[in-house]
Design a protein around this ligand. Structure first.
Ligand code: ZN
Length: 232
């Protein structure tokens, strides 16, 4: 039996055979079976975020017993590229726990060689069927890119390189938009830009097609706690 692919029924069966610890059964009971395929994975993320935003989190898969149960392997159901921002802790935002999500976090959720490698690993070796690029309201990296487009800024070289990666995806300023609206539009455009770059990587594209992986964009709203999936 694959430890990380256990369904609730598996665990209940184990409990009947006095193998599983009672707390493991309780953990599993908080969630239904491991999502199969991109649609189920997406639905699981949406349900989790709804619970989080409404203050009804269940904190499944967060006990010490569940942690130990994962020592032998992992089978996360989704891969997420998020921002480093301290206000967007991905597992919390989706009400998930240990072993549920494979996450790469980098300021501005930009596409770099290392990020591509991490995402490829998740799809090729862990068989996650969903990749989400998750931007967020008020992103500092995106804001820095917008400011850099408005004129020279003084940043450390590493930050400058990061901002340079974001700039090409920032749209023109729209007449009448407030600064906040400008940043909101830039955040969403930056998510789409990362998705586009991912889709343009031949190796990523091939593995996405072969493994029937879905690539989706989303934006997390700091004020409501909602994750808005793009193209919904
Ligand atoms: Zn950010």
């Amino acid at each position: 039996m694959e430890p990380t692919g256990m369904t609730r029924r598996d665990l209940l069966a184990c409990a009947g055979a006095t193998i599983a610890l009672p707390s493991l059964v309780a953990e599993a009971a908080k969630e239904t079976a491991h999502p199969e395929g991109a649609e189920e994975a997406l639905a699981r993320l949406k349900e989790g975020n709804r619970r989080f935003a409404q203050g009804n989190t269940v904190h499944a898969h967060q006990s010490a017993d569940w942690r130990k149960h994962l020592v032998g392997g992992q089978k996360p159901f989704a891969t997420i590229l998020g921002c480093s921002d301290s206000r967007v802790p991905v597992e919390l935002v989706f009400d998930q726990g240990f072993g549920d999500l494979f996450i790469a976090r980098v300021a501005g959720n930009v596409i770099t060689t290392d990020v591509v490698g991490s995402l490829e690993y998740a799809v090729a070796h862990l068989s996650t069927s969903l990749i989400v690029v998750l931007g967020h309201q008020g992103c500092g990296a995106v804001t820095a890119a917008v400011q850099a487009l408005n004129g020279p800024t003084r940043e450390l070289p590493g930050i400058k390189k990061l901002v340079d990666l974001i700039e090409p995806g920032i749209p023109e300023a729209q007449p009448g938009h407030t600064h906040e609206q400008r940043i909101d539009a830039a955040v969403e455009a930056n998510v789409r830009f990362s998705l586009k770059q991912l889709a343009q990587q031949p190796d990523v594209n091939a593995i996405i097609a072969a493994k029937k992986v879905q690539l989706v964009g989303a934006v997390y709203e700091l004020n409501t706690g909602n994750v808005r999936f793009l193209d919904d």
